[in-house]
Design a protein. Structure first.
Lengths: 320, 263
C-alpha cells in the first residue's frame, strides 16, 4: 500500500466559540484532484485558508509527504492558492505578474524564462507586455493559475476560481484547468458549490455541509448512493422521503390521483422545462414547501396533484 | 462637458489668481488710470531680509520631517484600520480624528509644558512634533482610503507567492498606494508650512519659519512686497513635493516610473 501524499487528520476550526468545522479527515494521492462541494458558508474556504497558512486550524494535523505542513511558515509552505478573483497585481505586466513568486525564490532570469514558456503553453504569449486591465476575465484567471503553478507547489488550492466568470467561459475553463492540472500532476483541492463542476474537475468529490465532511468518493458513488439526506439533496437528483429513505427522482411520477401501494406526496405544479428531449415537471411539495424536479411523462399540468413513488424504487441511506 | 467645466474653473479659481499674484509682485501698487510700473522692489525687500532664505530652509526641513513621520506612523495604522478587524475599531478611528476638533491653541498650551519638561521647547524637533497634531489625522484618513482600495486577498496572494513582509510592501502595497501617499505628503507639507500659532508657541521665537516672518510683513500693507512674499511661500510645498517624488522614485525604483508612464 502506498502512503498518501497529503494527509489531513482530524482538523477543526473554531471562531469565537462558534464551530466552523470539526474533525475533518481525508487524504490525497499524488496528482489527485479533490473537488470540495457544498453550500456556501460551510467553511470550505476557511479550510483552504488554513491549509494555505492564511488562517490557523484550532486542532488537527496535516502531513504532506510525511512532513508536518502546519509547522511551516507561509513562506516555506509548498502550497499555492488561486482565489475567486484573479487578483493580478494591476501595476505589473502579465509577464511580471506570472514571474512574481518565482522571481523571489529563484531570481529574475529563471523566473522570466519559465514564465515565458508557461504563458506560451497556455496561449497567452502575445499578451506578455499587457497590463491586467487589458486582459479578459478568462485570460486573467488563466494567468492567476499559471502564476501559482510556476512555483511548483506540492499542493494547489483553488477557491471557486470561476465564480466571477460568465457561464460560457466557465465551461471552457473547466476542461482547460483539469487537463492542465493533470499534465502537471498537480495535487489539488478545488472548491465549488456547483455540482457539475465538482464532477467534471475532481477525481473524487467531498461533500462538506454543517461543518462535517458528509461523504467523500467517486462522482458516481455520491450520485447513486448518497450516505445521507444532506448529500442526497446537495449532490444527487433524488427525493428524500425521510431520514432513512430516498428515491431517485426519475422513478417518481406526477398524477392527478393517488395510486394504491405507492408512497405519495400532495404537491403543486409550478412549471415545466425540457432537457435532452425530456419534459421535466417542477413541483412544490405542500407538506415541506420543497421544490423538486421529476420527469413529467405525458401527464397533464393540473395545478395540484400527487407525486407518487413505486415501493420498489425506494432506497435506504447507508449511513456509516 | 465635464472636462470643460473643470478647465474653466481651474482657470477662474486657480490660474488667474496665481498669475495676478505674480504680476502684482513685479509691479508697483496700481492706481486707476495709470499703467502699472514694473519694479523688482518687492522681491528685493523680501530677499534682503537674510532671515527669509534661512526660514525657507527651516520651513522646508520641518515640513519634510513632518511628512516623513506622518507616513511612517500613518501607513501601519491605516493598514490596520482598513484590513484588520478588532474590538473598538470604530472608536479608535474616531479617537484618531479628534485632534482636528480640538482648538489648536489648547493643544499647543498643553504640549508646551510637556515640551519644556522634555527640553524640546524652542527647538525645531519640538516644532516638528507639534506639527504632527494637525497633520496625522488627515494622513491616516487618506492612507486608509488608499488601503481600502487594495483587496485584502491581493496581499494574501502576495504571501502565497512567497513574498516577505518588506518585499510585499515594496512591490505591491507601495506602488498601489502612491496616489494616496502623494496626497498625504502634500497635505502634511502644506499644513505644516502654514502653522503660525503652534510654531510660535513651541518654537518660542527661536525657530523662525516662514509664517513667523510673514505675518509681521502683513502690517506693511505694501501689496508688491506681500505678493512677492506669497509667491516665495508657494515655493516651499512645491519643493517639498518634488523632493518627496524623487525619494519615492528611488525607493520604488523602476515600478514607480513605469506606473506613471502608463497613466
Amino acid at each position: 500500500m502506498t502512503l498518501p501524499y497529503l494527509e489531513v487528520k482530524n482538523v477543526s476550526k473554531q471562531f469565537d466559540k462558534a464551530e466552523i468545522f470539526k474533525d475533518l479527515s481525508f487524504s490525497l494521492k499524488k496528482g489527485e484532484i479533490l473537488s470540495l462541494a457544498g453550500p456556501s458558508g460551510t467553511g470550505k474556504s476557511t479550510l483552504l485558508r488554513c491549509l494555505a497558512g492564511l488562517d490557523h486550524f484550532s486542532n488537527g494535523e496535516v502531513l504532506i509527504e510525511d512532513t508536518d505542513l502546519l509547522a511551516m511558515q507561509v513562506k516555506k509552505r509548498p502550497v499555492g492558492m488561486v482565489f475567486q478573483q484573479a487578483l493580478l497585481f494591476p501595476h505589473l505586466t502579465l509577464l511580471e505578474n506570472v514571474a512574481y513568486g518565482k522571481k523571489i525564490t529563484h531570481g529574475k532570469k529563471e523566473a522570466y524564462e519559465m514564465a515565458h514558456s508557461y504563458l506560451k503553453e497556455v496561449g497567452l504569449e502575445n499578451h506578455v507586455k499587457q497590463y491586467p486591465h487589458e486582459l479578459s476575465g478568462g485570460q486573467q484567471q488563466r494567468a492567476a493559475l499559471v502564476r501559482a503553478m510556476l512555483l511548483k507547489p506540492k499542493l494547489l488550492l483553488l477557491d471557486e476560481p470561476f465564480s466571477s466568470l460568465d457561464p460560457g467561459l466557465r465551461k471552457e475553463l473547466r476542461e482547460w484547468v483539469r487537463s492542465f492540472l493533470k499534465k502537471e500532476e498537480m495535487t489539488s483541492i478545488f472548491v465549488t458549490h456547483d455540482k457539475d463542476e465538482a464532477m467534471l474537475l475532481g477525481d473524487r468529490t467531498a461533500v462538506m455541509a454543517e461543518g462535517r465532511l458528509q461523504q467523500i468518493g467517486l462522482p458516481h458513488e455520491l450520485y447513486h448512493t448518497p450516505h445521507n439526506a444532506l448529500v442526497a439533496e446537495l449532490y444527487s437528483d433524488v427525493i428524500v422521503l425521510d431520514e432513512a429513505r430516498y428515491c431517485p427522482a426519475e422513478k417518481a411520477s406526477w398524477r392527478a390521483e393517488r395510486k394504491d401501494g405507492h408512497e405519495w406526496f400532495e404537491a403543486e405544479w409550478v412549471n415545466e422545462t425540457y432537457h435532452f428531449g425530456r419534459r421535466l415537471a417542477h413541483i412544490r411539495l405542500i407538506s415541506t414547501g420543497r421544490r423538486i424536479t421529476i420527469p413529467a411523462g405525458e401527464s397533464g399540468k393540473e395545478a395540484s396533484g400527487y407525486v407518487t413513488i413505486p415501493p420498489e424504487a425506494i432506497k435506504y441511506f447507508k449511513e456509516t | 462637458m465635464k472636462k470643460n467645466i473643470f478647465y474653466m474653473s481651474s482657470v477662474i479659481f486657480f490660474l488667474i489668481p496665481v498669475l495676478l499674484l505674480i504680476l502684482k509682485s513685479i509691479t508697483a501698487p496700481w492706481r486707476s488710470g495709470n499703467l502699472p510700473d514694473w519694479t523688482l522692489r518687492g522681491w528685493e525687500t523680501v530677499f534682503q531680509d537674510s532671515r527669509v532664505i534661512e526660514s525657507m530652509a527651516i520651513t522646508l526641513g520641518i515640513a519634510l520631517a513632518v511628512a516623513l513621520i506622518n507616513l511612517i506612523v500613518g501607513i501601519p495604522v491605516a493598514k490596520a484600520l482598513s484590513h484588520r478587524s478588532f474590538k473598538l475599531k470604530n472608536t479608535l478611528e474616531v479617537l484618531l480624528l479628534l485632534p482636528l476638533f480640538l482648538p489648536v491653541i489648547a493643544a499647543a498650551m498643553g504640549l508646551h509644558i510637556t515640551m519644556i519638561r522634555l527640553g524640546l521647547a524652542n527647538t525645531w524637533i519640538g516644532v516638528t512634533i507639534v506639527h504632527l497634531v494637525p497633520t496625522i489625522p488627515y494622513t491616516i484618513k487618506v492612507l486608509k482610503a488608499g488601503y481600502d482600495r487594495i483587496p485584502q486577498d491581493m496581499l494574501n496572494q502576495g504571501r502565497m507567492l512567497k513574498a516577505g513582509v518588506w518585499h510585499a510592501f515594496r512591490t505591491i502595497e507601495l506602488p498601489l498606494l502612491i496616489p494616496s501617499i502623494r496626497s498625504a505628503i502634500f497635505l502634511a507639507v502644506t499644513i505644516s508650512a502654514g502653522q503660525y500659532v503652534l510654531t510660535a508657541i513651541i518654537g518660542g521665537g527661536s525657530v523662525i519659519t516662514m509664517p513667523i516672518i510673514y505675518y509681521p510683513f502683513l502690517q506693511s500693507a505694501d501689496d508688491t512686497v506681500m505678493s512677492a512674499f506669497s509667491v516665495a511661500f508657494v515655493l516651499i510645498p512645491a519643493a517639498a513635493v518634488l523632493i518627496a517624488e524623487a525619494a519615492a522614485m528611488a525607493l520604488a525604483g523602476r515600478l514607480f516610473i513605469k506606473r506613471r508612464s502608463i497613466q
